[in-house]
Ligand binder design. Structure first.
Ligand code: ATP
Length: 575
């Protein structure tokens, strides 16, 4: 709740404007009761106002109510708008500033739409309504006290009944709402998956299975929503019935007081009206209380999982990045879950400008090692030193200016090819042309209808896997990356394209550490050193010839292939 509270307090002036307008609205509502009293008492001869005066009073009252209500709603909407813009922005900033992605894309979308909307309707609006209710309560209580003390005491005693009764069910209500949100998130995730996996679904003919799962999640979410709404309805009905019960008790007492001549008929009508303003806030206080509590859970989750995490991570190094000689990984051990090591006692040295490759079976820790070098994982044992400086000490902005990663899936923004290559940084025409030439993109650009200004990305001009890889290379070239990390970049490409891309990568003027799954000798022999990984450890190292002559694990993987069965056999024989 910390962040949302911070933004609420940021707009003190708007809060003040809201309070002033709410005071007007509340005073006017209470004034309506007094106006009733005057009109009724005039009608029965207790007061002496002319009809034209009463009409003027009424018209004046209506104009005042209209103005105050309109301004008050506009002020509360303005307050909500300001707080929500800041809050959403802080979530987006925390997400983008995290080292590691802690939330799925659909989780983030659901959070910024469903959860934030819930915070608006259940928290911010409730706060404004509570303020209005409290003021109305105070003014009405004062007026009703002036009408009759005994009546006030009775209202006070019985007024609590409709407040206490629904409170008994608050916990169940919260639980049902929590379940609803969970199921809604699952449904949103499923829809996202369905859209993203469209081709896989078609290719494997699993439309019906996916439809069944989606339909189940849809029904589950709506069912959970229905249960939550129905229970809230039950809770609301209880409030209403207990409110009515209390109303009858009070009106009977008021009637008794009129009959005994303690109050006028006009005062009784005013008292009935004021009674609502005293009891309704008591009832809605519990409803707002429930709403606010249900939101606290959501806001705390957002705080803990996104905002606080990125704040902790922001405390990073501040040294400007420099790389002259070598990267040394010393006794590196890391575990994701604290139980099984994804990396165990890794010791390697990468000299500037040389090309290295990591090979090993699936799940042996290759990507994890790249994540460490990317500074995305920092909570490991051991050290990664660049010219003797721990990489965690470098200022991240300065570090990422010189380090680049190329992955199998190259993400494309729905924007021009130029912006996709320069990634929204300034880059000169010469730089772009040179990058296009080196990455083999010149012909690709020539083929596009508007050249570099062609919009590419999902739903636009779609590029092939190889073309995307070339764009990733062009990005690294524009950036003049000194360290290039490559994670199975060519795994999905045909042999000719893969070999061409690998050739470009190997000739780049950067220190390259490339993960590869393919044991293609034509590719492997180009690297200065091959690191062979198994179960998080580096078990062999050397050039391709050295490793093949050694007849160790790589030799066996190479001869038996790297598919699962063969892999098992190879590894057993190698030991
Ligand atoms: N975010 C994560 N949380 C928990 N465990 C993880 C996470 N990422 C990877 N792992 C585990 O760590 C181990 C090493 O994974 P890693 O992705 O580094 O392997 P890899 O060699 O790159 O595999 P592949 O070739 O299939 O990409 C695996 O057992 C994997 O299940």
């Amino acid at each position: 709740m910390e962040t949302i509270k911070k933004y609420i307090l940021k707009y003190k002036f708007l809060i003040l404007v809201n309070v002033i307008l709410i005071i007007f609205v509340s005073a006017l509502k209470a004034l309506q009761a007094i106006l009733f009293k005057i009109i009724v008492d005039t009608s029965v001869g207790n007061l002496n106002y002319s009809i034209s005066t009463l009409i003027w009073y009424s018209v004046g009252f209506l104009i005042a109510v209209f103005t105050a209500e309109t301004l008050s709603k506009a002020a509360s909407s303005a307050f909500n708008k300001k707080v929500l813009i800041d809050y959403k922005q802080s979530i987006i900033e925390s997400f983008i500033n995290s080292r590691r992605r802690k939330i799925t894309s659909s989780g983030l979308i659901s959070l910024l739409s469903n959860d934030v909307r819930m915070i608006e309707s259940n928290y911010l609006t409730s706060l404004i309504n509570i303020m209005e209710d409290v003021l109305l309560f105070i003014v009405s209580l004062y007026l009703i006290l002036r009408i009759n003390v005994y009546l006030t005491i009775v209202i006070f005693i019985f007024g609590w009944v409709p407040v206490i009764v629904p409170q008994l069910f608050t916990k169940i209500n919260q639980e049902l709402k929590g379940q609803y949100l969970k199921k809604l998130e699952r449904f949103t995730n499923r829809i996202k998956e369905m859209a993203q996996g469209f081709e896989v679904i078609k290719a494997f003919n699993i439309e019906n299975k996916i439809l069944n799962m989606t339909s189940k999640d849809n029904k589950d979410a709506e069912m959970a929503g229905y249960k939550s709404d129905a229970f809230q309805g039950f809770q609301g009905a209880l409030s209403i019935v207990s409110g009515f019960a209390m109303f009858f008790v009070n009106i009977l007492v008021a009637t008794y007081l009129v009959l005994r001549g303690y109050i006028t008929v006009g005062s009784m009508i005013a008292a009935v009206q004021l009674m609502n303003y005293i009891v309704n806030p008591l009832i809605s206080a519990s409803v707002y209380g429930t709403k606010i509590k249900s939101v606290e859970k959501i806001a705390d989750k957002i705080q803990k999982e996104i905002i606080d995490v990125s704040k902790e991570e922001v405390s990073q190094g501040d040294k400007p990045f420099e790389f002259k000689n070598s990267i040394e990984i010393k006794n590196l051990t890391f575990s994701y879950d604290g139980k099984r090591n994804a990396l165990s006692n890794i010791n390697i040295k990468l000299d500037k400008g040389k090309k290295y490759t990591l090979v090993g079976e699936s799940g042996c820790g290759k990507t994890t090692l790249l994540r460490v070098l990317l500074n995305h994982i920092t909570d490991y044992e051991g050290q990664v030193l660049i010219d003797g400086v721990d990489i965690r000490e470098f200022d991240p902005a300065s570090y990422y200016r010189k380090v680049s990663i190329i992955q199998q899936n190259v993400f494309m923004f729905s924007d021009t090819l130029k912006n996709n290559i320069c990634l929204y940084s300034e880059c000169s025409e010469e730089e772009i042309n040179e990058a296009l030439r080196q990455s083999g993109l010149v012909h690709v650009v020539e083929k596009l209808p508007k050249g570099l200004d062609t919009i590419v990305g999902e739903g636009e001009v779609e590029l092939s896997g190889g073309e995307r890889q070339r764009i990733a290379i062009a990005r690294a070239l524009i950036k003049k990356a000194e360290i290039l990390l490559i994670d199975e970049a060519t795994a999905a490409l045909d042999k000719v394209t893969a070999s061409d891309i690998e050739r470009i990568l190997i000739n780049l003027d950067a220190t390259v550490l490339a993960v590869t799954h393919k044991l293609d000798p034509e590719i492997l022999k180009r690297y200065d050193e091959i690191f062979v990984m198994r179960d998080g450890e580096i078990i062999e190292r050397g050039t391709l010839d050295e490793l093949l002559n050694k007849r160790g694990y790589l030799y066996y993987m190479y001869n038996y292939g790297i598919d699962e069965k063969e892999e098992m056999k190879a590894s057993e024989e190698a030991i």
